[in-house]
Design a protein around this ligand. Structure first.
Ligand code: SRM
Ligand code: SF4
Length: 639
């Protein structure tokens, strides 16, 4: 019985952003008002809404001076489903990099382009120019469906690849915000249509089955609160993991019959990588298989998943708001049942799939219709001219001369397609003249690596990433050469903070910034990114790179199985064995791994409470028990 003295049950307070979204009049305010003001930057509230329009307020952190206003600038990100960039848009972006930006373009890990360094007074003109050149930035950031990914291979003789591209595009359309805010603010109300929406998408958006729509005429799928957090979708084909399918909120795998006709999709859900250091309740998570749905039902299934996350996702704590936490908290069964409630029918079991491979599509390939496509590596996605490498000039000349469309890859590279074979030699010679290395000239370590932008533009960066990874890869190559492993390579990914933008938690060797010049070391991912890595070391001061990795690579050289990769090796032998080996390792002296290495060790009994303390501390410091105990005893004896 509730009496007057019973305290009212406390209703959790929604996060501040939920209120901002609600008051924004479908993403209009305070951006619409503040863009008119002659200021260098937006208010904190406007900054949050601006993200939905595809822009982040940043400052050049290299230029921070105590007591002075920040060097405010804006980053713009394109919405480019499947990474498609028409030639006209590329040339516009390239021009804008000079007229408004910092002279570079950046290909992202989700197949978009970013321009950094735009001043507030140029933001409106910059967005309008993108839209007038067949692009968009709407929904590239913010709490809604982000850029939809698809394999960047423009095959015309592989129906599965064509379906993946088509559905990536259509799902992007289905989940595009419907608010008029974007065109009102940036184009003074002029609605520029860059492509016709498929009738099936329009119909699916209007179909209100089982509560998938909200009573909101302006945003029937999202409502005025949009999603609790960002939402990421990829579409791929069996065997092709170029999209990192385990890192997505939703991944679809196109399933065709023997004649290549689309039958339906295998569905995975609940992946996501962002975490926060020292907050164990946040973690990277690999997507789970959910089941199979027929082609005719795919838009309804997507709407059902969106509705599940929209209605049940955490709107109180943004740290716990990604859909991966629903899957973690509920388990797959409850998640599937809830989705089926909105979907209106059961989801069938997953269909068998072949093993996934990581494919980067670099180099020259037959497209399938007599034309060619060419994948070009862009180190860390930064398109610029520097030293002998004139990548930006080369790309501009190719697009200007041959009018080629581009497909950005999920690995910060690009693919030119629809190339006439008669132009192949001329294009190759142009690239050679501008110092652009072909995929066979590239060190595979460089070819497979990714790093996020981090400093100086990213406001969340704790450590360097893009600016230091070239030196890290050079050091790793030297180390491998010195250890007699000149042909060895593995997937290295680096980020300046734990948010995971370059997907380091799926790499074989992941560096995650924890303090300036210090990184968590993640090991044990695999070359095809189908398994999460784990933290091997909490803090690796980057000057200790060689001393830390040398023993592990020596162990690998000594005990790996034929054609086993370094990541698979680390996962197979386990971290305890890696740590034991590293501890016993003396450069130049052979170490016997496994049982033998314990021969020279002595047993020691400790009290239970001391043991538990040791265990806890070893976990915190990412060390083995033996290593920590040895260090502690040695320190005591040295005293
Ligand atoms: Fe990211 C935030 C850059 C892909 C997880 N990300 C940011 C911001 C906007 C920093 C901020 O919030 O102020 C970064 C801007 C840096 C700059 O100066 O440009 C940023 N993220 C990037 C890009 C450019 C990295 C890159 O090397 O290409 C990628 C843009 C992709 C795009 O075109 O849309 C990028 N971000 C990712 C990915 C990978 C992916 O999507 O495949 C992830 C991990 C996957 C995931 O979402 O789980 C990722 N970014 C985050 C997070 C953590 C999200 C979370 O669930 O905790 C943040 C921070 C946040 O959202 O609070 C973040
Ligand atoms: Fe910034 Fe962190 Fe993303 Fe790197 S991983 S771009 S440092 S948010």
């Amino acid at each position: 019985m509730v009496t007057s003295s019973t305290p009212a049950p406390s209703v959790p307070k929604l996060s501040k952003l939920e209120g901002l979204k609600e008051r924004s009049q479908h993403l209009r305010e305070p951006v619409a008002t503040e863009i008119q003001q002659d200021t260098t930057h937006f208010s904190e509230d406007a900054v949050q809404i601006l993200k939905f329009h595809g822009s982040y307020q940043q400052d050049n952190r290299d230029n921070r001076v105590k007591g002075q206003e920040k060097d405010y600038q804006f980053m713009l990100r394109t919405r480019s489903p499947g990474g498609l960039i028409p030639p006209q848009l590329y040339l516009a972006l390239d021009r804008m990099a000079d007229s408004y930006g910092n002279g570079t373009l950046r290909a992202t890990t989700r197949q978009g382009f970013q321009i950094h360094g735009i001043l507030k007074r140029n933001l409106k003109a910059a967005i309008a120019e993108i839209v007038r050149n067949m692009g968009s930035t709407l929904g590239a950031c913010g709490d809604l469906n982000r850029n939809v990914m698809a394999p960047p291979a423009p095959f015309t003789n592989r129906p599965d690849y064509e379906y993946a591209r088509t559905y990536a595009n259509q799902i992007a359309d289905l989940l595009t915000p419907q608010t008029g805010a974007y065109y009102e603010i940036w184009l003074d109300g002029e609605k520029v249509i860059s492509g016709e929406e498929a009738p099936a998408v329009k119909a699916a958006r209007q179909r209100n089955g089982n509560g998938t729509l909200i009573a909101d005429p302006e945003e029937p799928i999202y409502g005025e609160h949009y999603m609790p957090r960002k939402f990421k979708v990829a579409v791929t084909v069996p065997g092709d993991n170029s999209v990192d399918l385990y890192s997505q909120d939703v991944s679809l795998v196109v399933m065709t019959n023997d004649q290549g006709k689309l039958e339906g999709f295998n569905v995975f859900a609940g992946g996501g990588l962002g975490r926060t250091h020292n907050k164990e309740e946040t973690f990277a998570r690999a997507a789970d298989p959910i089941g199979y749905v027929d082609q005719a039902d795919i838009f309804d299934l997507i709407k059902a998943i969106v509705a599940t996350q929209r209605d049940y996702g955490d709107r109180v704590s943004r740290r716990h708001a990604r859909m991966k936490y629903l899957l973690h908290d509920w388990g797959v069964e409850k998640f599937r049942k809830t989705v089926e409630g909105y979907f209106g029918k059961p989801i069938a079991p997953l269909r068998p799939l072949p093993t996934f491979k990581y494919l980067d599509f670099l180099g020259w390939h037959q497209q399938g219709n007599g034309k060619l496509f060419l994948g070009i590596s862009i180190q860390n996605g930064r398109v610029k001219d520097e030293g002998k490498l004139k990548l930006r000039t080369a790309l501009r000349k190719i697009v200007t001369t041959y009018n080629l469309p581009i497909c950005l890859t999920p690995n910060q590279n690009l693919v030119f397609y629809d190339i006439s074979p008669t132009d192949q030699a001329k294009i190759q010679s142009l690239l050679d003249q501008h110092g652009v290395e072909s995929e066979t000239e590239l060190d595979p370590l460089v070819r497979e690596a990714m790093a996020c932008p981090a400093l100086p533009t990213c406001g969340l960066a704790i450590a360097e990433s893009e600016r230091v990874i070239p030196s890290i890869l050079t050091r790793l190559r030297k180390l491998l050469d010195r250890l007699g492993l000149p042909d060895e390579h593995f997937v290295v990914r680096m980020t300046g903070c734990p948010n995971g933008c370059a997907r380091p938690y799926l790499a074989e060797v992941g560096f995650v910034g924890i303090t300036p010049e210090t990184y968590q070391l993640w090991l044990g991912g695999c070359p095809n990114q189908t398994r999460l890595a784990r933290t091997y070391l909490e803090k690796l001061p980057i000057q200790d790179l060689e001393v830390t990795l040398e023993p592990l690579l020596v162990y690998f050289k000594q005990d790996c199985k034929p054609s086993e990769s370094f990541g698979d090796f680390c996962d197979r032998v386990g971290f305890e064995a890696l740590r034991d080996f590293a501890q016993a390792y003396v450069p130049g002296k052979p170490v016997q791994a496994g049982k033998n290495s314990l021969k020279n060790r002595r047993r020691l009994d400790v009290r239970e409470d001391v043991y538990l303390q040791l265990k806890e501390r070893a976990k915190q410091e990412g060390k083995s028990l033996t290593q920590l105990a040895t260090e502690a005893i040695a320190a005591y004896l040295a005293d």
